[in-house]
Design a binder for this molecule. Sequence first.
Ligand SMILES: NC(=O)c1ccc[n+]([C@@H]2O[C@H](COP(=O)([O-])OP(=O)(O)OC[C@H]3O[C@@H](n4cnc5c(N)ncnc54)[C@H](O)[C@@H]3O)[C@@H](O)[C@H]2O)c1
Length: 386
Amino acid sequence: MVAAHGRCLRPPCNEQYCSSTTTAGVLTSPCRIASNSSRIESTFIQMPSTDKSFIGKRILTMSHMKRILVTGGAGFLGSHLCERLVADKHDVICLDNFFTSQKHNVTHLLREPNFELIRHDVTHPLWLEVDQIYNLACPASPGHYQYNPIKTMKTSVMGAINVLGMAKRCKARVLQASTSEVYGDPLVHPQAESYHGNVNPIGPRSCYDEGKRAAETLFMDYHRSNKVDIRIIRIFNTYGPRMHPFDGRVVSNFIRQAIANQDITIFGDGSQTRSFCYRDDLVEGMIRLMNHPNGPHTPVNIGNPGEYTILQLAETIIAMLGSKSKLSFHPLPQDDPTRRQPDITIAKKQLGWEPQVPLEKGLAKTIEWFRTIDIEQYRPPTPNFA
Ligand SMILES: NC(=O)c1ccc[n+]([C@@H]2O[C@H](COP(=O)([O-])OP(=O)(O)OC[C@H]3O[C@@H](n4cnc5c(N)ncnc54)[C@H](O)[C@@H]3O)[C@@H](O)[C@H]2O)c1
């Protein structure tokens, strides 16, 4: 149903040059925006928080599959998310510039008819028709995001503006992958979403921390001003198979070094704490947040509240691998947080979510994967990985 000038007459689309029409105004395919509005909302099945068996089960019953864009979809978390969404029979578009990832993270998905891969940089506008957007594109480890801090800030801010603009136009739901780094070096412990953080705005980590904070601001403002249906997940340290061996994060660094019997790099005295969430738990939390029918539209912490010192993590990995590695102590980088532990009360109450995979079990799976890879096949994204 298209007027002669090419404007789609299917409410609520009403777009000139709607992608379902040719410039001559001929309808070539069903208009996705119009059909979105008539879709029956996915049914969210509330799992009791005590249910230990939710992982691997589908939380949605679909009346129709959705077209879903995952920016940063070739990365560690993005590729697992794409895998899960493809398995759930959605139509998945993975977008990435491969700055901190390898194309082979998703090449196994290319044979699936409901998967597409686009090389694109989120700092540039893009024009797609989608129902949902997961915005994960951003370098995530300090060495790599500090390599080109201006680009990191642009990726967070311009990337957010571009996906929010698309979500506004398509009436898509959009989820921002935010971070526990918005809490900076926290003065409140554990960190609840109501805590506004303790962030240095001018330090070497600020390009990431403040970039993610600015992205959260943009998400909230598009929601308040333009009624864009947003979700914000604050991800705490997440690990698992398919982490880039040179991503410079603590779990991948320690495992890579321990397998090679090299010295384990410890910054500071190793008494700083972190919480480690296994990737399956994280992906489940992200999908639950995206598909919860009525929000929450404010940030939600997703992470594992188990708190470990960096020394404990190093010793556990050395013991699990039977490694001959010794600990090598280096000065603590500026603004490195001393404590980190999520308060996940909101995720438990509103999403029925809590982590299921204990650290040793998750580490065992991660170590097993690291043993299988050919490290020569991995290009360090920047020189800053240890
Ligand atoms: N893994 C964690 O512990 C963790 C913690 C907090 C937040 N996060 C957030 O989750 C998201 C995914 O993290 P990850 O651990 O999978 O990291 P990752 O580096 O593996 O994935 C990020 C992906 O984004 C891509 N990318 C970077 N800049 C881009 C750009 N300008 N345009 C398009 N693609 C770009 C990279 O190539 C990569 O594939 C990131 O936004 C990160 O900030 C992750």
